[in-house]
Design a protein around this ligand. Sequence first.
Ligand SMILES: Cc1cc2nc3c(=O)[nH]c(=O)nc-3n(C[C@H](O)[C@H](O)[C@H](O)COP(=O)(O)O)c2cc1C
Length: 180
Amino acid sequence: MRYVVAITGCSGVRYGVRLLEELEGDKELVVSDMGRRVLEHETDISSDDLNALADDVYDDHDLFAPPASGTHVIDAMIVCPCSQSTMAKLAAGVSDSLLTRAASVCLKEHRKLILVPRETPLNTIMLENELRLARAGAIILPASPAFYQEPRSVEMLIDFVIGKILDQLGQEHDLFKRWE
Ligand SMILES: Cc1cc2nc3c(=O)[nH]c(=O)nc-3n(C[C@H](O)[C@H](O)[C@H](O)COP(=O)(O)O)c2cc1C
């Protein structure tokens, strides 16, 4: 399986890091400029350490890179976390960066696109953007961990969200206990 994993400038870039750690298959990474800045601000993970978790790393400004084309076949793209700015661009069909172009390609090729927003509260513009994208075929998977797992650490909260993403991709995992 081949995936594009994208990280935008959202609080919670650790979700994206954890996804890269757990996701099996070929991973192509695209990080927005703000994604790199928030990574530096919120974590002690360097840009190089992040890149090392992927098989290929593409510059978000490089629209000549493979994920910009529909002929470059991938199984799914996950934008985790997905900022409301990127969400708005995608909802409007703007594809002026590799990240937004690759996501737009996913929609036009009817490939799986998982968007993981982390924002609260949401205004009506944000809600309408998410609805528009869901109607266009994207999966809106908010970074919204459950508490019935009785989490005892931040890592457990993160793993719940990553487990939900892996469920969407059909990858088996034991990141959370299933409801019996
Ligand atoms: C420290 C920090 C945290 C942020 N957290 C969020 C967030 O959780 N959700 C969000 O939608 N935007 C958040 N933003 C705003 C985005 O970074 C901003 O809208 C940016 O333009 C997004 O660009 P990108 O989508 O290209 O990464 C945050 C900004 C900063 C500086």
